[in-house]
Every structure is written in C-alpha cells, then in structure tokens.
Design a protein around this ligand. Structure first.
Ligand code: CAA
Length: 248
C-alpha cells in the first residue's frame, strides 16, 4: 500500500513536533504545517533539526485562520504528495485576559486561529477523504475547553466549539470510513504553557492529581492510535489527557 499522508497544523510547535514524530514512526508521510509569523527560516531550521534526529518531514506554510492561505497550503501539499488522509488540527494560540479586559481583537484572534481554522482545513480535505473512503480528522482541543479557565473565555469557547464540530462531522462521515475525534490535553510542558509564568504554573500543578505537567509524547501516542486502522470504531470521542485534572 502507498504511504498515507498526514498534515499536522502547528506541526513545528511543542505538541505538534511530538505528533509529527509519532505519525512518522507509524509510517505516515508527514507534512508539518507552520505559520511562525511568516518566519520560513525558523521552520527550515526546525526541519533540519528533525532530519538530524532521524525524522523526514515536509513543511508547508499557511495561516490556518485565513481561508485563502489555508487553501494554498493544502493545494501545495496535494500537488507534491497527493491527497491528505489524516488531518491533525493542532495549531492554536492563546490571548489570555479576564473577560472584563478582553478586547474583541483578542476574542477574534483566538476564535479564528483555533476554531475557524478547523472549518478551513477540514473543509479542504474532507472531499478527498470521502472519495478514498478512508480518513482521520483529529482535533487538538484542551482541558480548558471542557472545564473552563479563569482568563480564557475566548480560548475555552473555541476549544469547546471544536468538540461540537467533532461530534457533528463524525456523524456525517462515519459511514464512509472517516473518523473524527477530539483530544483534550491538559497542561503539557510547551512554550505556550511556560509563558503562563512560574507562579501561576505552580498553583496549576497542584491541581493535577498525577503531580506533574504532561509531556508532548503523551499526547502524540494517542494521536497516532486514533490515526491507525485499529481505531476505526472510535469516532466522535473526546479523549482527556490531563493527569486527572478534570474527570467527567
Ligand atoms: N481564580 C480566581 N481568581 C483569580 C485567578 C483564578 N484562577 N487568577 C487570578 N485571579 C484573580 C487575582 O487574584 C486578582 O484578584 P484581585 O483583583 O482581587 O487581587 C484578579 O483575578 C486579577 O485580575 P486581572 O484582570 O488584573 O488579571 P491579570 O491581569 O492579573 O491576569 C490572567 C489574569 C491573564 C488570567 C492570568 O491570571 C493568567 O495568565 N492566568 C493563567 C490562565 C491560564 O491558565 N492559561 C492557560 C494557558 S496554557 C493553555 O491554554 C494550554 C492548554 O490548553 C491547557
């Protein structure tokens, strides 16, 4: 069988890198989507570092929040590699602020980068998945989309919205060999989480029964499982990977 193609948006970030590596290990041809504020050299340096570590990835620039940029990104990948079989909607940003101080720009930026992006990217790959009668859409949400978080009305709304999307699309495509699932990581040690600051982070760590933050590999293994043939009967689910911080 020819290799399946996986696109991981935000692929050069903390969790994204771990996902790319694990999907590569599982036999996918992996394309890491990146935005990096248009810093192509940074993405190329990342690609070289990964190559030095034994991982061969293609990289593809795109702003997932922008419909036209997303289209160009996916078209470019299809021209080089063919149809995308596995889409991991992993790109995301935070603009944390208490609601009273939150601006409409902070709201829109987060809704566009974290939720509109899911529409943009999935819309572009779903037709070819339906034609091939095989596909995997995996949406990386957050524990904060499940429980809410002080200072994240925008982020929690977008992340909760992702799972509503998952459950609806999962029903529409289930009979065609396509699964759609959400993974909701808790606090995982990445640059995004480190930016919270040590004092707040220490308080958060105390609320995690496992007693530590997660590591990116612990999310990536689950993505690879959901992307496999063995997970064909799992669709519309929301897998919590949060060290017990939120159980329901
Ligand atoms: N619960 C209750 N009260 C809180 C609070 C909390 N968690 N955090 C702050 N407060 C209180 C403060 O004690 C202070 O109270 P007083 O005014 O009575 O002294 C007040 O809120 C501060 O309000 P401000 O509007 O002045 O807030 P600020 O400018 O100090 O910053 C914040 C607020 C931006 C939300 C900051 O606390 C913060 O960054 N918190 C972390 C938010 C967070 O967890 N983000 C997750 C990022 S990682 C991620 O998103 C990945 C993932 O998916 C898990």
């Amino acid at each position: 069988m020819t290799k399946r193609i996986a696109l991981v948006t935000g692929g050069t970030g903390g969790i994204g890198t771990a996902i790319c590596r694990e999907l590569f290990t599982q036999g996918f041809t992996v394309v890491a989507g990146y935005n990096s504020g248009g810093n192509h050299n940074k993405a190329k340096a990342w690609q070289e570092d990964q190559q030095d570590a034994g991982y061969e990835f293609d990289i593809a620039y795109g702003d997932v929040s922008d419909t036209e940029s997303a289209r160009q990104c996916v078209n470019g990948i299809e021209e080089t590699h063919g149809n995308i079989h596995c889409l991991v909607n992993n790109a995301g940003i935070t603009r944390d602020s208490t609601f009273r101080k939150m601006t409409i720009e902070q709201w829109d930026q987060v809704m566009h980068a974290n939720l509109r992006s899911v529409f943009n990217m999935t819309r572009l790959v779903i037709d070819s998945m339906l034609e091939e009668k095989w596909g995997r859409v995996i949406n990386i949400s957050s524990v904060n989309g499940q429980k809410g978080q002080f200072g994240q009305a925008n982020y929690a709304a977008a992340k909760a919205g992702m799972h509503g999307f998952t459950k609806s699309l999962a029903q529409e495509v289930a009979a065609k060999g396509i699964t759609v699932n959400t993974i909701s990581p808790g606090y995982v040690m990445t640059a995004m989480v480190a930016a919270i600051g040590d004092e707040i982070l220490e308080k958060i760590a105390l609320t995690i029964p496992v007693g530590r933050l997660g590591n990116p590999d612990e999310v990536a293994y689950s993505v690879a499982f959901l992307a496999s043939d063995r997970a064909a009967f799992i669709t519309g689910s929301n897998l919590a990977i949060n060290g017990g911080q939120h159980m329901f």
